[in-house]
Design a protein around this ligand. Structure first.
Ligand code: FPP
Length: 259
């Protein structure tokens, strides 16, 4: 997996320089339920406020230097929630696409949805396909929505895909390496995340981007998702910029004295 280099690449691209990798921030949007509970409101109102926070954050992302934003909208484990909450989360995805797709398409946003399509209702599959088709030629900004997504499920699906190639005689077990495996994940079209943010104070990965998080910086922010916005995203990016990414090597400053 090649390391991505982040913000300097965005400015390099703006200056017309060659091949750039955009900064990729992935967010576990946590805390909708607690936000609602604190206000004595049903949980689903927390999710609705969460969509408003998502819209603000997407809008402010390019100014924060972000070129790819991945958000965890619905996990393979979220089916365990009460049926009315699950259907509200489905409805919200549909409503988001219905209300915002024209604007996103106009603004050059490419929408991708990662996760298992099988198991989603036909109308949900239809909005996902519509959003992806409509924005397929855009490249100003990428919004990846993880929906019916689980990191383990994605790895299993990639493994199954490879096993099927072997069964068909199209590949040999010895062909498998990290790059080939990665090309079969649902995130293959995007660079690896530079930063994974989790809101609400919880400090877990919760089955999000398990393969892709190998060298991501983790940023935990003590804000409930419905209160999130561009300033929080800019703060997460600033925290990331202060980190020293070594990809298993040593700090650049230490190379000269390494002996
Ligand atoms: C976690 O909060 C959040 C979710 C399970 C769903 C996130 C969904 C949205 C922000 C809105 C809909 C998304 C899209 C893409 C349309 P929680 O409910 O687990 O909060 P809690 O831990 O406080 O209970």
């Amino acid at each position: 997996m090649s390391p991505t280099t982040g913000l300097q690449d965005i400015s390099a691209r703006a200056n017309g320089a060659a091949a750039a990798t955009p900064l990729h921030v992935a967010i576990i949007m946590d805390g909708n339920g607690r936000w609602a509970k604190r206000r004595g409101m049903p949980r689903v109102l927390g999710h609705r406020a969460g969509v408003a926070a998502l819209k603000r954050t997407v809008e402010g992302a390019p100014a924060a230097g972000v070129g790819v934003l991945t958000v965890f909208g619905f996990s393979t484990e979220n089916w365990r929630r009460p049926a009315h909450e699950v259907s509200e989360l489905m409805r919200l995805l549909k409503a988001y696409v219905d209300s915002d797709l024209d604007r996103l398409a106009r603004e050059g946003v490419r929408v991708r949805v990662i996760g298992r399509r099988v198991g989603l209702a036909p109308d949900i599959q239809e909005v996902i396909e519509r959003a992806e088709r409509r924005t397929a030629d855009n490249d100003r900004f990428v919004l990846q929505v993880a929906f019916n997504y689980g990191g383990q499920a994605d790895i299993v699906d990639a493994a199954r895909q490879f096993a099927q190639k072997v069964e068909r005689g199209e590949a040999k077990a010895a062909d498998l390496d990290e790059a080939l495996f990665e090309s079969m994940l649902s995130t293959a079209q995007a660079p690896a995340p530079d930063v994974i943010v989790r809101t609400s104070g919880e400090r877990r990965i919760s089955n999000f981007l398990l393969w892709e998080c190998a060298y991501a910086e983790l940023v935990f922010q003590d804000v409930l998702w419905p209160d999130y916005g561009p300033d929080h995203l800019a703060a997460a990016v600033a925290e990331y910029q202060g980190r020293d990414r070594r990809y298993g090597g040593i700090a650049a400053d230490d190379v000269a004295v390494a002996g």
